[in-house]
Design a protein around this ligand. Structure first.
Ligand code: HEM
Length: 502
């Protein structure tokens, strides 16, 4: 064995022994929430399994809705009930508003600049304020609704085409393409994705590749001592995809800067008719200290990454549930026909408030299949006492939304898809009703909730208004409805369905 390898192994063993001793002392000296007794060094890593949201839900039945686990050198706190979630993200929100950063997020040092990973501080506040006041304000969303309407019409055209040719639609991929183009038109005023594209280098596949890396468990997150070895090469892969995507953003921003220099008119247009790139460049020029070009590049990156899989996987699940329950599909379509008539009209964002059943379908989908299953990991910035236990400084906080959606104390017949449960009750996902927080709650809540709300209802409404759907050679009740865990919660088997005009 080489000298270098022996040194590395010795160093690892020494660090692990050190970690084990300090962990044991820590457990004794603090009152951690209950949890499985950890094995030496590795802790409870093997308890996570392939579907951690399921395994942790099962463990919380034994140890309770506030549970602790040791995973290597990390202390993980798992929240699995409405009451405990409220303690963390309302009562003690400030103490838990920082992030526990996975090693792959260190690619291109993005953890030091991204809104998703920055701790709560001046720079993060600046970015959130810009998002709230300029990017996702109701005025801005109203002004850009024609863009979403156009992209949704293109989705309908694509489905119509498949319908005429009797071709099955890959619902997940179609949803990704539409979501990316809605976002890229909102951000850059161009399309970045194509239906039926297969190139591995195109934007859609680069985003998909990076999401896959982010969803792969990484030993380096549990054993920081292994970071220099980059086991499984996840940091390397993340750097590859990040580099390619950053180059695309760089190109678009440089082009826009050049156009702005040659044409002075841009600057005088009303802000409501500008895309996000122009809005951000205006802010950067007018309020010099507020946001740099590098910040803009990273912010746009965050919006694409955080917005694509979340929206598209929700849409795929909603369609899967509706095809699985044809009577719910008919009910949702009847409501659309009642509100919009039976001619081929294009759904408008102003129609959403008149579609309570469609809204209930979206809520029920997010209850059963929350795409960001554990929220984005939070971190305790100080020791905090909750329900007599100590949540230690630097513990990683995971909120198991999937387990909360299955809680029999809150939801009757919890495993059944029943949108009716949301009719005539005031439960919403805006962060006040802690039984349903698919967008999070408190300071770190999704800044784009209003945009996601509009996109989801528009796309889902368009897919079911004038189409029925069938799965070739399969009855609805035989469909595979299992999930697989990744950075977002996905369907295990992609949904392929044939549209039929109604
Ligand atoms: C169905 C759609 C979506 C769902 C369910 C969703 C859910 C979430 C959740 C759970 C978080 C983390 C909250 C926490 O850690 O406490 C989050 C954060 C975030 N989301 Fe969304 N999201 C969706 C769509 C979008 C879209 C369309 C965008 C942008 C265009 C977006 C941008 C972001 C950003 C930038 C963050 C990080 C905020 C921060 O850390 O301060 N999301 N989202």
């Amino acid at each position: 064995m080489e000298y270098y390898t022996i040194i590395l192994i010795l160093l690892s063993i020494l660090s692990w022994v050190y970690i084990f001793i300090t962990q044991s002392n820590h457990r004794l000296s603090t009152r951690l929430p209950p949890g499985p007794y950890p094995l030496p060094v590795i802790g409870s890593i093997f308890k996570l399994g392939k579907k951690p949201h399921h395994s942790l839900a099962t463990l919380s039945k034994t140890y309770g809705p506030l549970m602790s686990l040791k995973l290597g050198s990390t202390t993980m706190i798992v929240v699995s009930s409405r009451e405990i979630a409220q303690e963390f993200f309302s009562k003690h929100d400030i103490s838990f508003s920082s992030r526990s950063i996975p090693y792959a997020a260190h690619a291109h040092d993005r953890h030091k600049i991204s809104m998703v990973w920055l701790p709560v501080g001046d720079q993060w506040r600046r970015l959130r304020k810009i998002s709230k006041e300029h990017l996702f304000s109701i005025t801005q969303l109203d002004a850009s609704q024609h863009l979403r309407k156009k992209k949704v019409q293109e989705l309908v055209d694509y489905v119509n085409n498949c319908c005429q040719n009797g071709k099955a639609v890959n619902i997940g991929q179609t949803a990704v393409t539409t979501t990316l183009n809605v976002l890229s038109n909102f951000i850059f005023s161009i399309d970045l994705a194509e239906y039926d594209s297969v190139s591995s280098q195109d934007f859609k596949n680069l985003v998909g590749g990076l999401m896959e890396v982010g969803g792969t468990p990484n030993l380096a997150d549990f054993f920081p001592v292994l970071r220099p070895l980059d086991p499984k090469g996840l940091l390397r892969s993340a750097s590859f995809y990040t580099g390619k995507l950053m180059a695309i953003f760089e190109q678009h921003i440089s082009k826009r800067l050049k156009e702005r220099r040659t044409s002075s008119s841009d600057h005088h247009e009303p802000s409501s008719s500008k895309d996000l790139t122009d809005l951000l460049l205006d802010i950067s020029e007018n309020e010099k200290s507020s946001i740099s070009i590098d910040d803009i590049r990273n912010l746009l990156f965050d919006l694409f990454l955080a917005g694509t899989d979340t929206t598209s996987s929700t849409l795929e699940w909603a369609m899967a549930e509706l095809i699985h329950s044809p009577e719910k599909m008919s009910k949702a379509r009847s409501e659309l026909e009642e509100v919009m008539g039976k001619e081929d009209k294009t759904i408008e964002e102003s129609d959403i408030s008149r579609l309570p059943y469609l809204q209930a379908v979206v809520k029920e989908t997010l209850r059963l299949h929350p795409p960001v299953t554990f929220l984005i990991p939070h971190r305790a910035i100080a020791d905090v006492e909750i329900q007599g236990y100590i949540i230690p400084k630097d513990a990683q906080i995971l909120c198991n939304l999937w387990a909360m959606g299955q809680d029999p104390n809150v939801w009757s017949d919890a495993q059944t898809f029943r949108p009716e449960r949301f009719l005539d009750v005031g439960i919403d996902y805006k962060g006040h009703d802690f039984e349903l927080i698919p967008f999070g709650a408190g300071r770190r809540m999704c800044p784009a909730l209003l945009l996601a709300h509009r996109m989801l209802h528009m796309m889902l409404g368009a897919l079911i208004y004038r189409f029925d759907w069938r799965i070739e050679g399969m009855k609805p009740e035989d469909m595979d409805m299992t999930d697989k865990f990744g950075i977002t919660l996905q369907k295990n088997l992609p949904l392929m369905a044939i549209p039929v005009k109604v």
